[in-house]
Design a protein around this ligand. Sequence first.
Ligand code: GLN
Length: 277
Amino acid sequence: MQADAARLNTALDLGAATARIEAQCLLQHVLEVPRSYLLAHSEHALDEIRQEAYDSLLQRRLQGEPVAYILGEREFFGLSFKVTPDTLIPRPETELLVELALEHIPVRGQFRVLDLGTGSGAIALSIAHARPGADVMAVDTSEAALQVATENARRLGIANTRFLRSDWFSGLAGQPYDLIVSNPPYVAAGDVHLSQGDARFEPISALAAGADGLDDIRRIVAQARDFLERDAWLLLEHGYDQADKVRSILQQHGFTGVMSVKDMAGIERVSGGKLQN
Ligand code: GLN
């Protein structure tokens, strides 16, 4: 186990602590036991079949495949989400977007939320789970992602979310929303980040957005007006160095109360504003 962690660290430059946790996660998956069991039985010998299964998972990880895709799931906002290479892997910093959204949604009463580019459904379903009285609409342009999101709703027993195939607002019509949230693609097309780590295995359509990474954010902000109730907020996740630009895009399109909020790493990660007319 220690030797495997060391191999992972060497191959992927994860740092010793992360490498150890990842090796444990793979073993745990093969043994189908909770982490506490693994820690208590550190010398547990694997039978031949399980050893083979573990070795094959370890090989996949050594090739760089993300742990979340190998295990087929990732925890987000206290819930377990199925993830596949058709969906972005939910990031911890995106929990900030959910927390901010929940601040706007009353615990009781009618409230309509729209999640643009839902992917695995992590944001929409976390909101729907925390606010069972809200109606959540989740859209994505990828049919494969919508299948994963629908499966997540079913597995989590969440009934107050609907899914629709739509390229941003294109498939939507009718009544405006009380809140719009999105974690759109926002990485600049040439960013080295796209050829490193987990991102290499994730859908490029969920990550990259034009020369400066802001193409989709510009589209969303420009089109949001027809889909927002009076005084309703639009909240957008964005890249570590994009807060200034996102705020000015929002202001150019008439949003007020425009602000940015820092994530746990102290980086301005979510910006938003509301439309008063
Ligand atoms: N936060 C992701 C990353 O760093 C990007 C997610 C996105 O573009 N929405 O890879």
